[in-house]
Ligand binder design. Sequence first.
Ligand code: FUL
Length: 515
Amino acid sequence: MSTTIALLLVHLHLLLCGHGAAAVAATATPPPLPVLPVPSYAQLQWQLSEMALFIHFGPNTFTDSEWGSGHADPAVFAPSALDAGQWARVAAEGGFGRVVLTAKHHDGFCLWPSALTDYSVAASPWRGGAGDVVGELSAAARAEGIGLGLYLSPWDRHEPVYGDTVAYNEHYMGQMTELLTRYGDVEEVWLDGAKGDDTYMDYMFDAWFALIHQLQRRVVIFSDAGPDTRWVGDEAGIAGRTCWSPFNKTVVTIGHIIPEYSQSGDQFGEEWVPAECDVSIRPGWFWHASEKPKSAVTLLDIYYKSVGRNCLLILNVPPNSSGLISDEDMQVLQEFTEIRRTIFSHNFAANATGTASSVRGGLENLQFAPSNTLRDSIYSYWAPQEGQTSWEMLFDLGRSTSFNLLQLQEPIQMGQRVIEFHVDVLLGGLWQTILEGTTIGYKRLLRFPAVDARYLKLYVDSARADPLIAFVGVFMDPFSDAYGLDHEKPSHTNSSEVIMLRRGHAAGNRSTATM
Ligand code: FUL
């Protein structure tokens, strides 16, 4: 063998070995298995949008009513300055990821020119009978880059065939088809559970759901019982402190729910049906000249109790009889946005150092490192080594900091896992528990009386499977009085609950020695 060939072979050998060695070093640890149920693509997009702006608008706006009889003259529908662009702008500027319009409320009046009824905008004087509120809002939402949702009331107090099961289901599905084929992407269909008991009517929900999913790929269907998002069970916008997205749809039916079950979901639920919290900025759902909006601080409190409890907040802001969102409501929304910006633009943990009791793939493995929790995304997360019985994370904020609000997030695409957790801070040389909580989910916001601390520990006390944490944020909220606003208190778990993985709360387990 010539020297040249020998050298080439050595080179080749080195190259191959080098390549092989690099391949070994670069081998990634796969993510852990998800824990079922998990969200669909549409459910994930819904959850990421965090807030929806609800728009109740129709003849009721002009007749000072909430539940129209269905016999109001279509001529009452005469907004002088309707501007769907303003509604969509208010939504986008206020951080609402979607806007949901009452295309048809219980009075049966259609805000689009439905070919299946003469009770619609086409019979009104607005835009000379050539207007289409749904069309204008869908274009405006698209221009603002937010999603569109439509409310099509099953209960129809105008439609003459209401009460005839086949005829009305055909009518309803015909209207649904118009809405879902004329206006581009529709990301949410809202099926309200209200139903008068003077006329017997059987809704063919399964056929409706199939049609909606057939016509719109990215849609989520809201109703008392899902299938994609469930009513939280109250109209105050408040979820349970414990709030699971797993749920068993068979426990409730549309029109008949168990409020506590809907508010808290079900740790053992077999379907992913996260909760949506509806509430109006004003006492009524429709605009009334005599009513005033809630304050921005009240909205902030609702935000903590909805978005901050693993839900989507759908906040109703009803346009007035000129067809515009009123100045006083806009003022409140602007303050609400400003307050949130002030609180959440300064995360004291953004430059923290995080360590954990274990890391999937080894302490040096960056893929699942504790530092992933300092990045604002659910797609990077801390994962512990498998088979552990305790899960702890320690954060060093770098210096003593005053804070009263914590944000925790799970990577819900992997399933909702955390059952119980608590948080300690180092105060005067002693670790003290500042809060105990149940469930995290997509986002959990926890308020407590302000503390001055540099070190903070998060303990997951029990979980459905190895806990995964996507985000830990530390904030100061100068607007809420944590004492007055129902801050998180230590929880009391029913000891008879079956908990798959559980760690004792003995004081000895809380030392930093395990870190
Ligand atoms: C209720 C309806 O009866 C109200 O009018 C409103 O639309 C609210 C969101 O749902 O059940």
